[in-house]
Design a protein around this ligand. Structure first.
Ligand SMILES: [Zn+2]
Ligand SMILES: [Zn+2]
Length: 241
């Protein structure tokens, strides 16, 4: 398969080339994800009366340029941190569907713990200066998700390498999980509620962080830290619907 050939080449390529390739992959996901998100949430869905905009005020002057610039730096940092996958990975893909499912479940649990705890630490007095860049976006846009300080980008980029210290996964799975996370982060910053009202009341919806839930974090600051799930916010009583 061509994708396996690229991944195997990436594993054995000199490190500057590996950084360029990894950065290009993350940048493509960032640009396509946020670009598509912008098109859908500002043009297509409103035109056909699908869903609703959460905050109808326009972004502040210069916000989009600021977010875009920070997003490019974040993708470069992700590209550099991705080098850590090389000594930590085991093969390319999981050996079986069962193994893949186990890795996905293990990562889901780890990811929720990692994001909740690092996000709360970033709100501490010692680290808040590294998180203020992200909170400059109060009226969110799909570009807000990766508008972060380089230190925060390092912490986010380290999610998979830290996980790989505990659970061995293939290089393809590592790229897949990181870039899936990038798309999800773009979604929760898109300032758009897509769900009709009946699934919005469904118990499953109340467990998963969505754009409305994450928006409350950006407007109030000290609630709704968790993603992708709201479980830890419920456990530690930091959730606000
Ligand atoms: Zn955010
Ligand atoms: Zn925050």
């Amino acid at each position: 398969m061509w994708i396996n050939a690229i991944l195997e080449y990436w594993l054995s390529s000199p490190w500057p080339i590996a950084i360029v390739i990894a950065t290009a992959v993350h940048l493509t996901i960032y640009l396509v994800g946020a670009g598509t998100g912008t098109l859908l949430t500002t043009k297509l869905w409103p035109r056909f009366n699908i869903g609703r905009t959460l905050d109808p005020t326009p972004p502040r002057a210069g916000q989009l340029r600021e977010e875009f610039r920070a997003g490019l730096v974040t993708c470069l940092i992700f590209g550099i941190v991705t080098l850590l996958y090389r000594p930590l990975c085991h093969g390319v893909w999981p050996g079986s569907w069962g193994q893949g499912l186990f890795q996905l479940l293990a990562f889901s649990v780890f990811n929720n713990l990692y994001t909740y705890s690092t996000h709360r630490l970033l709100h501490s007095r010692a680290l808040i200066r590294y998180h203020r860049v992200h909170h400059r976006s109060v009226r969110l846009t799909p570009w807000s998700g990766y508008s972060v300080h380089p230190v925060e980008a390092l912490i986010i980029g380290a999610t998979l390498p830290v996980f790989m210290l505990f659970v061995p996964i293939g290089i393809g799975a590592a790229f897949f999980l990181h870039d899936l996370g990038m798309l999800y982060t773009t979604c929760i910053h898109c300032n758009y509620e897509l769900m009709p009202s009946w699934p919005a009341r469904h118990w499953l919806k109340r467990l998963i962080d969505d754009p409305a839930f994450h928006r409350v974090h950006h407007t109030q600051g000290n609630v709704n830290y968790g993603f992708p799930s709201r479980v830890l916010d419920r456990v530690f009583r930091t959730n606000k619907e």
